[in-house]
Design a protein around this ligand. Structure first.
Ligand code: TYD
Length: 403
């Protein structure tokens, strides 16, 4: 079957996460309707890419009140600063002509002057921020049409950067083709997204939600890029970014380049993960999801209902939407509230639930017995920050555990 909007061919549904709301569709009122869709994934027969069977409308996901802020944590600000330093080092004395696709609140481009970087950002609230900062910002989705407009106005770019954005774009071949036409010969395209291999190794099924239309593996990325005349020359793995991310360094195929040994290493690591067959691996992953979810639900409900403990969530992540809805933990009787620092999320209800998001304060944990780590990808940082709190933390990654 051809999956809607992605133009990819999937023959079998391998991973099923049931009816899910939009992960960042935080609600203001209890009565607000939460539209849901069937969240399921299969493998594209041609490239081996893990992709959604049906994608919800991207216009609904990325709108003018999108709440995810990239510079919401010091860890991420530092991560993007280093990515910008690498960009400057790569370009050396060459005049910078940078394009960022999915620039969010400008956490990456802020490291460059306004005449060095151009932004593309579909969410109006964020496009306004970079525009107000003086960066030429196109409030558009990334596709051939946008690329053509940019090409006419700016010519080709010598550096194109995109973080946590490519995996959101349903027609990914078109998105890469759009990069290919905007990238100067000899220029570099650098993009990073969560790694499907980390997801498998961590049992982190909550990486699967509406916005993660695709989950990339090195070989799938290589196959997709090959279709549009691009190739990977280096891969960098970040164990602690978004629960395990890969950054791909890409150039035109006909450019002279030295292939970094990280590319073969990444491909070998992938072969190891899929050594029993790619579809079999995902079928097993799907079986593990239901086992882990059952364990997590039993733990939380026995703590809250049987033992009368105060159980909350820590970090109102998109990932937690998948967990709460898949496990059917939707009542404040089980998770009293979720703490978060993001102003755009505070006071709202978790998508698909009656659980509120409360503003994090320094003494927020003083009466809390247990906290489920929504932001488990910041586990070390959070455990250090909360080392004096009387609270025990719960995670499901890689197994359901009280830490
Ligand atoms: P992230 O893990 O990037 O989430 P997503 O699954 O949506 O990609 O987001 C982290 C969220 O957790 C963000 O809303 C901020 C919040 N957070 C806190 O409230 N306190 C913290 O100490 C940390 C690390 C994160």
């Amino acid at each position: 079957m051809k999956t809607s909007d992605t133009n990819l061919k999937v023959q079998e549904t391998l991973i099923r996460l049931g009816d899910q709301p939009l992960a960042n569709g935080f609600k203001t009122n209890r009565g607000d309707l939460t539209p849901k869709f069937k969240l399921s994934y299969g493998v594209d027969e041609e490239t081996g890419l893990l992709t959604q069977i049906r994608t919800p409308s991207i216009e609904n996901m990325f709108n003018d009140s999108y709440p995810y802020v990239s510079s919401g944590s010091k860890v991420m600000v530092e991560h993007f600063k280093k990515a910008a330093e690498y960009c400057s080092a790569t370009l050396g004395k060459e005049k910078k002509n940078i394009l960022e696709i999915g620039s969010n609140d400008g956490v990456f481009v802020k490291n460059f002057s306004t005449d060095e970087a151009v932004c593309v950002e579909p969410c109006g609230n964020f496009a306004k921020i970079t525009s107000d900062l003086g960066y030429k910002t196109y409030n558009k989705f990334w596709n051939i049409e946008t690329a053509t407009e940019l090409l006419e106005e700016h010519g080709k770019f010598n550096y194109i950067y995109s973080a946590n954005c490519m995996c959101h774009i349903p027609d990914i071949v078109q998105a890469f083709a759009a990069v290919s036409i905007c990238l100067k010969k000899g220029g570099v395209f650098v993009f990073e997204d969560p790694s499907v291999l980390s997801m498998i190794n961590n049992n982190s099924f909550d990486q699967l939600y509406d916005e993660h239309v695709h989950m990339f593996s090195p070989s799938a990325v290589a196959n997709l890029l090959d279709k549009v005349g691009l190739t990977i020359y280096m891969v960098k793995h970040f164990k602690d970014i978004h629960g395990g991310s890969n950054r791909y360094y890409v150039i035109h195929k006909d450019t002279m380049f030295a292939l970094d040994r990280s590319v073969n290493k990444a491909l070998e690591d992938e072969e190891q993960v899929f050594r029993h067959g790619i579809k079999k691996t995902y079928r097993e992953f799907n079986t593990n999801i239901s086992k882990n979810a059952e364990l997590l639900k039993t733990l939380i409900t026995s703590l809250s209902r049987t033992r009368g403990q105060i159980v909350i969530g820590y970090g109102a992540t998109s990932k937690l939407t998948t967990i709460l809805n898949y496990c059917e933990i939707t009542s404040p009787q089980d998770i009293k509230y979720v703490l978060d620092t993001t102003p755009e999320k505070i006071g709202k209800l978790y998508p698909g639930t009656n659980i509120h998001i409360k503003k994090y304060q320094e003494d927020s944990l003083k009466d809390v017995g247990y906290a489920l780590l929504g932001a488990w990808n910041f586990k070390d940082h959070i455990l250090e920050k909360e080392s004096k709190a009387p609270t025990s933390f719960i995670t499901h990654v890689p197994y359901v555990t009280i830490l």
